[in-house]
Design a protein around this ligand. Structure first.
Ligand SMILES: CC(C)(COP(=O)(O)OP(=O)(O)OC[C@H]1O[C@@H](n2cnc3c(N)ncnc32)[C@H](O)[C@@H]1OP(=O)(O)O)[C@@H](O)C(=O)NCCC(=O)NCCS
Length: 171
């Protein structure tokens, strides 16, 4: 199994692979989306990628799952896709794993001939910066989305998430 490299020299202790949606770990999925009901709806027919810690191999020989990325086509021709979930285990965040997962997904979407990748996210916070750094642009806003679609209020740094921004990456 090939390791991902940081800056082209030192091999990173993790790699990115495709993954069967049924193997996506709930503890990671729930980090990005606290609604189990929503996850159950989009996961079965999705395309998934996994980041695995490869220094300590699990009995399966694949390594511990430390990141997940879930995408779903929005149209039957599969020209438009939506990023439904992306999460990196808390201890591993800010090590470039989320960017590597999303870049891998973007590459795969381009190879499949997709034209746009969309994602919905909060209207402020680290996640917004994360997507914009990868080239996503704000294309729409859904006021009160988080109030209407989640039973638990979502707070970040003392501010409640209410509106959802829709971001789009032209592929
Ligand atoms: C969003 C997430 C997938 C990013 O993965 P990551 O491996 O931490 O991201 P990277 O290391 O590639 O990029 C880090 C950059 O993303 C932003 N960022 C994202 N999450 C951050 C966090 N929790 N803390 C600080 N910065 C964060 C920052 O701009 C950061 O850049 P910096 O290190 O120069 O400040 C990850 O933080 C995560 O799993 N968060 C919880 C789940 C979540 O919110 N998912 C997105 C739902 S819309």
């Amino acid at each position: 199994m090939k390791s991902t490299s940081i800056g082209g020299s030192t091999p990173a202790p993790w790699n990115i692979t495709t993954m069967n949606p049924a193997e996506a770990p709930w503890h990671l999925l729930l980090l990005a989306d606290p609604s189990r009901a929503r996850i159950k709806r989009y996961l079965p027919h999705s395309t998934c990628f996994a980041a695995r810690h490869t220094t300590q191999f699990t009995p399966s020989g694949l390594g511990t799952l430390i990141g997940v990325c879930v995408l779903r086509p929005k149209d039957t021709e599969q020209k438009q896709w939506e990023l439904m979930n992306i999460a990196v285990a808390t201890a591993w965040q800010c090590n470039g794993i989320g960017s590597a997962l999303l870049n891998r997904a973007i590459r795969e979407m381009r190879e499949r001939g997709a034209q746009q990748l969309e994602v919905g996210t909060g209207s402020f916070g680290d996640q917004l910066l994360f997507y914009q750094r990868l080239g996503f642009r704000v294309t729409d806003i859904e006021p009160d989305f988080f109030l209407h679609n989640y039973t638990t209020p979502l707070w970040e740094r003392g501010v409640q998430h209410k509106d959802m921004l829709r971001l789009t990456l032209e592929l």
